[in-house]
Design a protein around this ligand. Structure first.
Ligand code: FMN
Ligand code: SF4
Length: 816
């Protein structure tokens, strides 16, 4: 009863409570709803953040390990090209090689026709075999094997004439793949007399870093996949065979990469030739069995050529030789993708392999499982980017890679030699002159000529890669090379932070070195100059202008050296304190031999750069840097160099003897100490060049020298000679004032001032001790002689050795 009365009164009670506390209740409910909504909102945000991270600031200045993930985007020039700094446009120079960038996204319908599987007809009564030897070589070994193969084949061919049934084989022709047009040999066989048929022999090393080999491979792959080209455009060849050179010490097994690029080329050649592998891929370990393997392989290809020559075709005897079906293991992959009865005999099974694109089409169309709607013979939609049913092969265009990954041998080699790699494509090193200056033992020639104290100078590059393989470059065996920038790109301010931090760290490490002068050590903790040279090609870096601007804002002067192969970048470069172009030869042939450029139109590029230099000579100090290599670019080239000076009218011409680095790479490039000129030889060359220029009424004179570095300076006397005295030094403070607009320059267009001229920041007169004939050593520094050497030998350029051998001591070396 009691509970009944409570229930009866409940509504009235509740109503009373509502009237008494309604404000509180309403407020509580509203607050609760607000809290719940807030919680839901916050959780939603958190989920969103974790799903799609907000990109971090590209220029965030935190002391972090310089990994590419920290950069704005891991992308190449096109996305990051904030200064419109393009790779050389076709208007400036013709495109270098046929490299099609970007994946082919064309989708089309291709009728399932049979591929062209011609068996090159060879009439042994009338036809001749023309062997073509192709090779690619970065440090020279494969080039030597190629020329040995050439000789061996030639002498073997001469013995064939005496045979009972002689075969007709012509003397081989050798081609360096780096210098041929791919289109001339790898899209179709070269044009020839009707009765001459080609046989390809390809010798290749393997490099697990980005090199010119990668470009060749990419090209073969693209040719095969180009829907406009027959999938087997080289099927008219009589046959081909590949031999790979690798190093089992570093890459012990094939799984670990032994001869992997030769294997790849062999695979693509099998496809391009419609399986004309005449002899199996040979592979030799350059530190082991290479001789034996190569001999076996040569014998094999000789046997095959005889068989062809006698009209027996590629034959089908030895496993993997004549019968392309047995040797095409690369297509097993593709075959596995197609449903083939496992019980089928091997030959029958391989008959059902994916021969090429068209065959894939027909196979797929016949398979109801693969497409129930398809009927045999009907067109099949094909995406040419992904025609394989399983993505086992690499994509056509790979994502940009790091230029020098931390795991690469290049990285190991560079760091071992004291370079610090910043990000993945920049480097910095403290040069021996910086160390020398810190100890009061003299600065490099740039101090004598221009007033740059070496202990205030940082040597760096934003691109360790370049587009040449100069014979005197110590790195030419391993440096990343390329004609276009296709690497992950690091942001300019990260590069700046990275190189300066690394430089200061290296300076600090000099603290305990005996003889370091405390005042110089203190001064060195403020970088004043940057030599953008080191190794590689600085203007290859897409954001070079931003990097230069950062340096100028920090009052760091810039000496930039480029290799005269990138006219578009040169034309759009912001003015630097001093702009160098390497002039390694005076004519096309010589330049080809010494710089071994990757660009086929290297001479046109070189000349275009000279013209650009001429145009820009009124806004900045321009310099020709000649590196003399005896036996390569000295003899009879004086007039040629004078022609180039006449063409570009640089402010200065620096002539220096080559530095011999003594590495095996230099040796295999054919360089030895004999190629390093004596100082007297350099001086004699300069005297001749000067006379030649004077005879042409060009206003150049010999201004200064630095025997210590085997370096002499010619200068335009109308611009850098005042009151009968040379004035080659730079007023750096004035340069920055001009840069910041604090003082007005005197470069005019019509009546308007449009900028500054090199004459606006000419510094003090060239010091007496630096003038031609005075040696170039600052008397305030202490000359340190190597053991057993002394002032007596100075005429031969003797001086500080810094661990150089006696021979090296006789010929001065210079580092920049
Ligand atoms: C940086 C570098 C990377 C290399 N990568 C490989 C490799 O991945 N697999 C291999 O078998 N050999 C590799 N090698 C060894 C070279 O292929 C071998 O030394 C070859 O003989 C070099 O030929 P070349 O002098 O004609 O350039 C590499 C060598 C270097 C210096
Ligand atoms: S341009 Fe410089 S880095 Fe490039 S190959 Fe020549 S010397 Fe070496």
């Amino acid at each position: 009863m009691h509970s009944h009365s409570i229930l009866w009164r409940l509504p009235a009670e509740l109503l009373l409570i509502w009237h008494t506390h309604r404000t509180t209740i309403l407020l509580s409910v509203v607050s609760l709803v607000a809290i719940v909504r807030l919680v839901v909102y916050v959780r939603g945000r958190r989920e969103k953040v974790s799903l799609s991270p907000t990109p971090s600031s590209p220029v965030e200045k935190v002391v972090v390990e310089l990994r590419p993930e920290w950069l704005p985007e891991n992308t190449t020039i096109s996305a990051l090209n904030i200064d419109n700094h393009t790779e050389d446009p076709t208007v400036a120079v013709a495109p270098a090689i046929k490299t099609k960038k970007g994946p082919k996204t064309v989708k089309g319908k291709k009728l399932p026709t049979k591929s062209k599987q011609t068996q090159a007809t060879f009439d042994h009564t009338t036809d001749k075999i023309q062997p073509l030897i192709f090779f690619q070589s970065l440090s020279g070994a494969t080039e030597r094997y190629a020329s040995r193969l050439d000789k061996e084949l030639e002498s073997w061919i001469s013995t064939l004439e005496n045979n009972e049934s002689p075969v007709s084989i012509l003397a081989p022709q050798v081609h360096d793949i780096s210098y041929i047009e791919y289109d001339d040999f790898f899209i179709s066989p070269p044009k020839s007399e009707p009765n001459v048929k080609y046989f390809y022999l390809i010798l290749l090393p393997t490099y697990n870093i980005d090199t010119v080999l990668s470009i060749f491979l990419e090209n073969l792959q693209e040719t095969h996949n180009d829907f406009r080209i027959d999938t087997a455009p080289l099927s008219d060849l009589l046959g081909y065979s590949v031999f790979g050179f690798g190093d089992k010490e570093g890459w012990p097994t094939e799984l670990e990469g032994f001869c992997s690029q030769a294997k790849e080329v062999d695979k693509w050649m099998a496809r391009l030739t419609g399986r004309k592998r005449a002899w199996p891929l040979g592979m030799g370990d350059v530190k082991g069995d290479v001789e034996r393997r190569l001999q076996e392989w040569i014998q094999g290809v000789q046997e095959v050529m005889v068989e062809i020559g006698q009209g027996r075709g590629l034959g089908d005897g030895a496993p993997g030789s004549g019968d392309p079906v047995e040797s095409d293991e690369e297509d097993v992959e593709s075959a596995e993708d197609i449903d083939v009865e496992p019980s089928q005999p091997r030959r029958a099974k391989t008959k059902a392999r994916v021969d090429d694109l068209e065959d894939l089409g027909s196979l797929v169309s016949k398979s109801p499982a693969s497409d129930p709607t398809a009927t045999s013979g009907s067109p099949i939609p094909i995406d040419f980017t992904t025609y394989k049913s399983k993505p086992k092969s690499k994509p056509l265009t790979q994502a940009p890679k790091e230029m020098v990954p931390t795991t690469s041998p290049t990285y190991a080699s560079l760091t071992k030699q004291g370079y610090t790699i910043v990000g993945s494509h920049s480097g910095v090193k403290i040069c021996r002159w910086t160390k020398s200056a810190l100890r009061g033992r003299g600065s490099c020639y740039k101090y004598s000529f221009y007033g740059i104290q070496s202990h205030l100078c940082m040597e760096a590059t934003p691109s360790l890669s370049c587009s040449n393989k100069c014979v005197f470059c110590w790195r030419h065996g391993t440096n990343p090379v390329g004609t276009t920038w296709r690497w992950i790109t690091d942001a300019p301010d990260l590069i700046f932070d990275g190189i300066t931090t690394a430089h200061y760290k290296k300076i600090k490490m000099m603290k305990g070195v005996p003889g370091v002068r405390s005042e110089r050590f203190a001064e060195a903790m403020r970088i004043r100059h940057c030599a953008l040279s080191l190794v590689g090609e600085p203007i290859f870096y897409p954001h070079i202008n931003e990097l230069l601007n950062i340096m100028h804002k920090q009052h760091i002067s810039t000496f930039l050296v480029c290799n005269a192969q990138h006219p578009a970048q040169l034309a759009s470069l912001v003015p630097v304190t001093q702009l160098y172009v390497s002039i390694d030869a005076s004519n096309k042939d010589s330049l080809r031999k010494i710089d071994r450029p990757l660009h086929r139109d290297f001479w046109e590029r070189f000349c275009a750069c000279l013209d650009i230099l001429k145009n820009r000579r009124l806004e900045q100090r321009t310099v020709f840097r000649l590196t003399l290599v005896k036996g390569f670019n000295m003899a009879d080239e004086v007039r040629g160099y004078a022609d180039l000076v006449e063409r570009a009218l640089p402010a200065f011409v620096e002539v220096k003897g080559v530095t011999y680095c003594g590495t095996p790479a230099a040796g295999s490039a054919g360089l030895s100490m004999q190629n390093v000129p004596f100082y007297e030889e350099v001086a004699e060359f300069v005297t001749q060049l000067s006379s030649e220029l004077v005879s042409r009424n060009l206003p150049y004179g010999i201004a200064a020298e630095h025997r210590h570095s085997c370096c002499v300076l010619l200068a335009d006397e109308t611009r850098f000679r005042r009151d009968g005295r040379w004035a080659t030094r730079i007023d750096f403070e004035r340069f920055f004032e001009l840069f910041e607009g604090k003082v007005q320059g005197t470069r005019m267009e019509g009546r308007e001032v449009v900028g500054w001229r090199p004459e606006d920041y000419v510094g003090e007169d060239t010091p007496e001790w630096a003038l031609w004939g005075e040696g170039g050593f600052d008397p305030r520094d202490t000359r340190v002689w190597r053991k057993g050497k002394g002032p007596k030998g100075e005429g031969k350029g003797e001086g500080e050795g810094e661990g150089k051998s006696g021979e090296e001591g006789r010929r001065e070396v210079v580092e920049i």
